[in-house]
Design a protein around this ligand. Structure first.
Ligand code: FES
Length: 260
């Protein structure tokens, strides 16, 4: 019997140390092999934070990847040679000197009304408050090219969510009378469409989330009675979509249960 050859692991660095991930393993899975890591610190008091949901819904796994801030480790598949760093802490996420604010202000640190006087110290205050309130520094490199303008997707039905219900609905709609154009959006890499061939009038965009759902009063106000939607694609796919759809079906389900 022929032996199946496993793909080699993907090597990357995490806070300067070499690490590796199995193919198809997310950054969070690779980093959590021994124990669930502390990946970031809370905004104001710099308390340790770790992954909570594992599904891209919280801010507990934000890391800096190749100079790009605030990348969700649980939604990212590392590539060979990636440099991953923890952020929002100094000098390191384990020993963060900014955590002193948690000790100094055990009840409340009022950044809205405090930090005003004396006047000549205001620039310093602002710098401190900005540092306390931010998550991640700006990207290392400005984008080489201006962002691509969103690709237009016209469809009759927009189905949001490629889980079991969404996938079944999308297939059923695509096979309905007149073979209408159907667009299925799924924020993860996989859908529940299964292995059977996908009809040509059903288009699937993976790694893509709906960012703008117009209020009901706008329905029918767009070109040709179509309603405009905006969807953003993940880091892997890049870009955004300007979607025009006559009908939308939300099959987003409930939140998945949290990892922790
Ligand atoms: S977003 Fe990654 S653990 Fe919640």
């Amino acid at each position: 019997m022929a032996r199946r050859r496993l793909a080699p692991p993907v090597r990357f660095t995490f806070d300067g140390l070499y690490s590796s991930a199995l193919p198809d393993e997310t950054l969070l899975q690779a980093l959590s092999r021994r124990r669930v890591p502390t990946l970031t610190r809370s905004i104001k008091y710099h308390r340790p934070r770790g992954p909570l949901c594992g599904t891209g819904q919280c801010a507990g796994c934000l890391v800096r990847v190749n100079g790009t801030p605030n990348v969700r480790a649980c939604q990212t598949y590392p590539k060979e040679g990636d440099h991953v760093r923890t952020e929002n802490a100094w000098p390191s996420v384990r020993l963060d000197l900014f955590a002193v604010f948690d000790r100094l202000f055990p009840r409340h640190l009022d950044t809205l009304h405090g930090f005003r006087r004396p006047l000549f110290l205001r620039p310093t205050y602002h710098a401190v408050v900005r540092r306390l309130a931010g998550t991640g520094r700006l990207p290392d490199d400005p984008p080489a090219a201006p962002p691509k303008s969103p690709e237009r997707r016209e469809c009759t039905y927009l189905v949001v969510g490629g889980g079991k219900a969404g996938a079944r609905a999308a297939r059923a709609l695509a096979s309905s009378k007149g073979a209408p154009k159907v667009l299925l959006l799924e924020r993860r890499r996989e859908t529940s469409l299964g292995k059977s061939p996908i009809p040509p009038n059903l288009r699937v965009e993976r790694g893509t989330s709906l960012a703008f759902l117009p209020p009901p009063r706008l329905s029918g106000a767009g070109e040709g009675g179509k309603v405009p939607f905006v969807a953003v694609a993940s880091r892997e796919t890049g870009g955004a979509f300007d979607i025009r759809a006559s009908r939308v079906l939300l099959a987003t389900g409930a939140y998945d249960s949290f990892l922790v």
